[in-house]
Design a protein around this ligand. Structure first.
Ligand SMILES: NC(=O)c1ccc[n+]([C@@H]2O[C@H](COP(=O)([O-])OP(=O)(O)OC[C@H]3O[C@@H](n4cnc5c(N)ncnc54)[C@H](OP(=O)(O)O)[C@@H]3O)[C@@H](O)[C@H]2O)c1
Length: 254
């Protein structure tokens, strides 16, 4: 597993690229959307809370980045039709897609499996893996029209080694890792689409606070501090890497 925390990106690394970021309104997704735009990308901001997406939109505009787009979508209720309508909208607006950062996710509950609520389990699987999978299927034609498309799925340390009480969250991340291997193998022959998994490691966000309420959050890196690996994996310098697992920070922080 590779970590590119010391990567020094070119200022125009993502110039002209159209990149979709899910969960772009908060936490790591927000930082990624702002960072990608800062490096020249036209960012499609997807999320379930429109007010948060609008704030990110305004921040990108205020910083002089390329005009972003907002795509409100809740993975909990989204249907196949929503994903296909989305593909049609993006096709009309841009004609292709050069990257997707699958970042939206929920924690569910940290609890003994024997006490796990089945409805919550399904909700976590829906948001963390099933929704993103069907969205990706609908967007494949747009990704194939890019000359260099990078699809990043967000994993977790508990998606690489199981841990007690992490329930559906851990299982959804293991499924994410498995799906990355399957899709990466299928697109390998194209040479123009790559699919990899990225574990952010412990990062100062609302989700981390919910998972570790007693932790001193000042010991954690901020979303902005882990962006070098995100930029490397989204941009042209990672071309040729497909079906691999990456870490955004050294493992001791995971
Ligand atoms: N932070 C960490 O330490 C850590 C460690 C390992 C892995 N990760 C992974 O990194 C990713 C980002 O986590 P984070 O820490 O930044 O979490 P976060 O601050 O809770 O942000 C999660 C984002 O996902 C969006 N989201 C949640 N449910 C959604 C739904 N049903 N439909 C659409 N969007 C939805 C949220 O939207 P709202 O703001 O509208 O709720 C929010 O923008 C997740 O995949 C997480 O599993 C995080």
């Amino acid at each position: 597993m590779t970590c590119k925390i010391d990567y020094q990106p070119a200022a125009d690394l993502l110039d002209g690229r159209i990149i979709l970021v899910t969960g772009a309104g908060d936490g790591i997704g927000r930082a990624a959307a702002l960072t990608f735009a800062d490096h020249g990308a036209t960012v499609v901001l997807l999320g379930r809370t429109i007010s948060k997406l609008e704030k990110v939109y305004d921040e990108i505009e205020a910083a002089g980045g390329p005009q972003p787009a907002i795509f409100p979508l809740n993975f909990e209720g989204a249907t196949l039709k929503d994903y296909h309508d989305m593909a049609e909208t993006l096709d009309k607006a841009f004609g292709r897609l050069d990257g997707i950062l699958h970042n939206a996710g929920i924690l569910g509950r940290i609890t003994l499996f024997e006490q796990y609520n089945p409805e919550l389990w399904e909700q976590v699987m829906q948001v963390n893996i099933n929704g993103p999978i069907w969205m990706t299927q609908a967007l494949m034609p747009l990704l194939k029209r890019s000359t260099d498309a990078s699809v990043i799925f967000t994993s977790s340390s508990v998606g690489r080694r199981g841990r007690a009480y992490w329930g559906a969250y851990a299982v959804s991340k293991f499924a994410t890792e498995g799906f990355v291997e399957v899709l990466a193998d299928e697109v390998e022959h194209l040479g123009s689409v790559r699919v990899n998994s990225l574990n952010p490691g412990g990062t100062r966000t609302a989700m981390r606070k919910a998972a570790y309420p007693g932790e001193n959050e000042m010991t954690l890196r901020t979303p902005e501090e882990i962006m070098p690996t995100y930029l490397w994996l989204m941009g042209p310098d990672s071309r040729g890497h497909n079906g691999e697992k990456f870490d955004a920070q050294p493992p001791k922080h995971g």
